[in-house]
Design a protein around this ligand. Structure first.
Ligand code: ZN
Length: 355
């Protein structure tokens, strides 16, 4: 095996659904900009929606090739182990058959391995370092200005020029020629809308993990500023703090997060990292996303912010994995990274069941 092309990712997802009765194929409502269908899997023994859900997505940034394989392998591992009544072993990390059963019996595990098929195809056939989708709508006919960064296109502090301090320099752009172009409006892209649809379609989603590369981190919210749990008015909805967000270690602003939620996020990130480390010793760092760099419009912040903006929605703890130390490691190394991250994700799911 080596890196999967987009046809192979699709056929892996559809054949898992065909072979395993505990997997359900989910067709996302919108095709990509270039017209490609997208599919996810729901893994679980109960009726759809009867359990809390963990939603795992990957293949958002085109060049981060191994994310699709990580999620396809995780789905296959869980389904095969459950069918065969076995446990799972990833190097030095092991899970019992009872662990596997509890994940499938007590959760909806929703796996969406390829959010951005157009971008992955372009990255694998034309420009290996391509990151965005392939939407030409804002390019003015200039091929160098094609594409939107899907992970800046969510509805969270989208108007960053108003929200952030002029010196903050969040890693997001209004210029279609940039790698981190946010798009003309929140959810302007079908790929981003598909992820939102998945969260809406599983209203019992409590955990969301977006699989990216690279830097060997497990990122928790928030991405716009440091966290704090003492001053609720300092929050992303409060326009009194426009122009003050995004500076590190200052007194102007830090994003409010309830202490209990900060604690839960930290516990889950630690559990992911310790499950991963036991495989072969890789040390991933749990930290808030802001400590990587300030951002707006990312998936994990949007996922958590939903229940604050709309109190009818459930609370979703959002995370982003940044696996590995390069975008395209040799396949022999990628195979090891898949074991690392999948062990971390299984440990994450088991811990989530206890919270
Ligand atoms: Zn990424």
């Amino acid at each position: 095996m080596s890196y999967l092309n987009i046809t192979e990712v699709e056929s892996a997802v559809t054949s898992l659904a065909a072979v395993f009765p505990t997997a359900e194929l989910i067709e996302l409502p919108e095709p990509s900009v270039e017209g490609r269908a997208a599919h996810a899997l729901r893994i679980g023994t109960a009726e759809r929606g009867a359990n809390d859900a963990v939603v795992l997505i990957g293949g958002v940034h085109a060049r981060e090739w191994g994310s699709c394989e990580i999620l396809v392998e995780l789905a296959a591992d869980l389904l095969e182990a459950h069918r065969d009544g076995t446990g799972l072993t990833y190097g030095g990390t092991s899970f019992t058959s009872a662990h596997v059963r509890s994940i499938l019996d007590e959760l909806d595990v929703v796996v969406f391995p390829l959010v951005n098929p157009d971008g992955r195809h372009y990255s694998q056939t034309v420009e290996p370092m391509w990151r965005k989708n392939r939407n030409p709508a804002n390019s003015g006919g200039d091929p160098a200005r094609i594409g939107v960064d899907i992970n800046r296109n969510y509805d969270f502090l989208f108007d960053f020029q108003t929200a952030f301090h002029p010196a903050a320099g969040p890693r997001v752009s209004t210029d279609a020629g940039d790698l981190v172009y946010q798009g003309p409006s929140p959810f302007s892209e079908p790929e981003t809308r598909n992820v939102r649809w998945l969260l809406d379609d599983f209203p019992r989603t409590r955990w969301f993990v977006d699989v990216h590369s690279y830097s060997e981190d497990m990122l928790t919210i928030w991405g716009d500023d440091d966290n704090q749990s003492a001053e609720p008015p300092k929050n992303f909805r409060n326009t009194d703090f426009d122009g003050k967000r995004g500076l590190a270690g200052d007194q102007l602003y830090a994003e409010y997060l309830r202490q209990a939620d900060a604690d839960d996020a930290g516990v889950l990130a630690e559990e992911f990292c310790s499950g991963l480390k036991a495989v072969r010793g890789r040390g991933y760092t749990p930290m808030t996303a802001f400590h990587l760099y300030p951002t707006s419009g990312t998936s994990h912040d949007y996922a958590y912010a939903r229940h604050i903006v709309d109190t009818d929605k459930g609370k979703i703890h959002g995370f982003t994995v940044e696996w590995g130390k390069s975008f395209h490691p040799p396949w022999s190394e990628m195979e090891k990274i898949i074991l690392d991250v999948d062990a971390g994700l299984v440990a994450f799911c088991l811990k989530a069941l206890t919270l």
